[in-house]
Design a binder for this molecule. Structure first.
Ligand code: LLP
Length: 417
């Protein structure tokens, strides 16, 4: 988060005061630092030096076209999980040979689109899906490159909603069934098996579960090689955590160091799918205090951003640091920061100690670059926020705020019903 810091008492993104951003584009607005995004991406590249690798940015974390094209330009690949994300990634200029397509429920149409685009690899999650990929590929007259997503049954020690590598989760194929599905895949004319995929969860703060999972995957790779499979890729998924409050996530170097020896021994190209760790700390959500309100013994600060703009606090009880844009000394108080949406679940922070914030004050919700705008909705008919990309002293609108007309786009009156 170094790219967000106070300069002369004013919170800035790089060299741009957030107050100026709010003046130009209003609030609520997501603000991203170009330097932070490129910095974390390059951190992966540096740590992976000497190891054949491909960093496929997880588009789901933040699919804004400007961010995607920035990462594509820097040489990243993309991890997509839907036809829509594939469309975005191609539009943003990612080389299809650097795109992997994952997801537990790909439709025939999405599979066809991925094959037409000639993406590097489809990550397949069930025997039923494998059969459909085979069928679609044969109909298209191609062989689909696939990796099977294996569920290593490792506890990633993270929030249950974002833990994916447990035996009971809906993702992947059970480790002990993996050999069978690979053998079945080898018999399918529309399938070319190229790799193994795993992803055990998100916001991981320890490398040991990832290293343990990789060990299990490595055993599988060796067993498959013994049966004649020529596997080129091991995709270890994403998941590296970030600091929201006082967490101490592993650095890129620590992460890669824990995996390097196993990967070197396998002699494969490693694919990574980081999302949060690339954009999470590179973004903040700018919002303005509308009202102060005291009721039921609690002090509420009502702001113009809500759960529809940033759902993580409501959905995961997630913590986002709140910084006043103008540095405030003086008295502090414990408040609930809430939005205008008609639900008690609409809060951005609970029982948070903050400087006393007057109406009109600007606040920044930090570490909102990942799964912020990406999960925003129009609930309560609220137009989604603007997005702004900052580079030094310059900033550019990379998504205009939605208008009321946008809210109605696509709706039809059933006049002739
Ligand atoms: N690869 C796969 C197969 C995934 O399922 C995910 C995330 C990623 C990569 C990227 O993971 P990351 O590096 O961003 O941790 N909405 C939640 C996070 C959901 C993550 C879903 N899968 C949140 O706001 O915390």
């Amino acid at each position: 988060m170094e790219e967000f810091a106070y300069r002369d008492g004013q919170l800035c993104c790089e060299e741009t005061p957030l107050e100026a951003v709010a003046e130009s584009w209003g609030t609520p607005t997501y603000v991203y630092s170009r330097r932070a995004i490129l910095g974390t991406y390059e951190g992966y590249e540096r740590a992976l030096a000497g190891l054949p690798h491909l960093v496929c940015y997880a588009v789901k974390a933040n699919g804004n076209l400007a961010l995607l094209s920035l990462l594509a330009g820097a040489g990243a690949g993309a991890d997509v999980v839907s036809g829509g994300e594939l469309f975005r990634a191609l539009r943003a200029g990612f080389d299809p040979q650097r795109i992997v397509f994952a997801g537990v429920g790909k439709t025939r149409e999405e599979i066809r689109e991925a094959l037409k685009a000639d993406v590097l690899c489809l990550n397949v999650e069930s025997a039923a899906e494998l059969a459909v990929v085979d069928e679609v590929a044969r109909a298209e007259g191609v062989r689909a490159r696939v990796a099977i997503r294996v569920n290593p049954d490792i506890d990633p020690q993270t929030h249950p909603y974002i833990a994916t590598g447990l035996r009971t989760s809906k993702f992947g194929i059970a480790h002990d069934e993996a050999l069978d599905i690979y053998r079945a895949a080898a018999r399918l004319g529309g399938i070319e098996v190229v790799g193994v995929h795993m992803h055990i969860g998100s916001q991981l703060l320890k490398v040991s579960p990832i290293a343990d999972a990789l060990e299990r995957v490595a055993e599988l790779v060796q067993a498959l090689r013994g049966e004649g499979f020529a596997l080129r890729y091991v995709d270890i998924g994403g998941g590296l955590g970030i600091r929201y409050k006082d967490e101490a996530p592993p650095s890129h170097e620590e992460y890669v160091r824990a995996l390097r020896r196993t990967l070197e021994a396998l002699g494969v190209t490693v694919i990574l799918e980081p999302g949060r760790s690339i954009v999470g700390n590179a973004g903040a959500l700018l919002t303005r205090v509308l009202y102060r309100k005291r009721t039921g013994g609690r002090q509420f600060v009502v702001v113009d951003a809500a759960m529809n703009d940033l759902i993580r606090p409501s959905l995961y009880n997630a913590y986002h640091e709140i910084l006043p844009v103008r540095k405030a000394a003086g008295p502090r108080e414990t408040v609930d920061v809430v939005g205008p949406v008609c639900e008690s679940g609409d809060f951005l922070a609970k029982e948070r100690e903050l400087p006393v914030l007057p109406e009109g004050a600007l606040l920044a919700l930090m570490s909102a670059g990942a799964y912020g705008f990406a999960m925003a909705s129009n609930y309560n008919a609220r137009p989604r926020p603007a997005e702004v990309l900052v580079a030094g002293e310059r900033s550019a609108l990379v998504r205009r705020r939605e208008s009321y007309e946008d809210l109605l786009a696509g709706e039809l009156l059933a006049d002739d019903l």
